[in-house]
Design a protein around this ligand. Structure first.
Ligand code: PGA
Length: 250
């Protein structure tokens, strides 16, 4: 895995208005040539504006969800084709907040992943166990099942990124131990290789859940961690930039 293939992805969730564009400006200013790939997934309302601003820069823009159809009677939804039209090149799918807020299932994630590819987007598919599932010792069973069902045939190093996000670590300030992260990332890598061969070996596996400037470097040193999906700490250019620096140095 070369340094430029590593990915620092920011998920702004339902945060950000036009006033937040200043953070994009700061990031472009402080990181014109980052040592890793940089991606920000702002709310849908800001995708077109941010993508236009970043069109000739080293900062990619992504969506946080998409519908599985390309158009039609689905009030309030956004299709992958619309995200691509607005300038996005990635889309996050199956985030645990989509799964819990909207009852999204693994099968829906698989269908959305295909829709993303159909529009030329790369999918960032999220998996991860709840605290109860970890306490019960079922983390690998849960993550394995999510991978089996959420990933359609045809995954490649270019069209897929997997994000391991323990649900209990998201927005809580708590993280698994480095050994626990290594165990799950090694497991995901083996599963991807088994199913997708050489392409699976090249799929980037991000860790997500309370990544911040103070813990980024140690997490990026863990085996099979190819970057991070960052929520809260992606909202400020200074914090996200520090995480980008840690990944570039890893
Ligand atoms: P967090 O969120 O960094 O705020 O924990 C991560 C995510 O949900 O992608």
């Amino acid at each position: 895995m070369t340094a430029t293939r590593k990915l620092a992805a920011g998920n702004w969730k339902m945060n950000g208005t036009a006033a937040s564009l200043v953070e994009i400006e700061k990031l472009l200013e402080t990181h014109p040539e980052p040592g890793c790939e940089m991606l920000i997934c702002p709310p849908a309302t800001l995708i077109a504006q941010t993508a236009w601003r970043c069109r000739d820069k080293h900062l990619k823009i992504g969506g946080q969800d998409c519908h599985w159809e390309s158009a039609g009677a689905h009030t309030g939804d956004i299709s992958a084709a619309m995200l691509a039209d607005a300038g996005a090149s990635y889309v996050i799918l199956g985030h645990s907040e989509r799964r819990s807020d909207h009852g999204e299932t693994d099968i829906e994630v698989a269908v959305k992943t295909r829709a993303a590819w159909g529009a030329g987007l790369a999918a960032v598919v999220c998996v991860g166990e709840t605290e109860r599932q970890r306490d019960l010792g079922t983390t690998l069973v849960v993550v394995g099942g999510q991978l089996d069902t959420s990933l359609p045939e045809g995954c490649t190093a270019g069209n897929l990124v997997v994000a391991y996000e323990p649900v209990w670590a998201i927005g809580t300030g708590r993280t698994p131990t480095l050994a626990e992260i290594a165990e799950v990332h090694d497991f995901i890598r083996a599963a991807l290789e088994r199913r997708f061969g050489a392409e699976g070996a090249g799929v980037r596996i991000l860790y997500g859940g309370s990544v911040k400037p103070s813990n980024a470097a140690e997490i990026f040193a863990v085996s099979n961690v190819d970057g991070a999906l960052v929520g809260g700490a992606s909202l400020k250019a200074a914090d996200f930039g520090a995480i980008v620096d840690a990944l570039s140095a890893a």
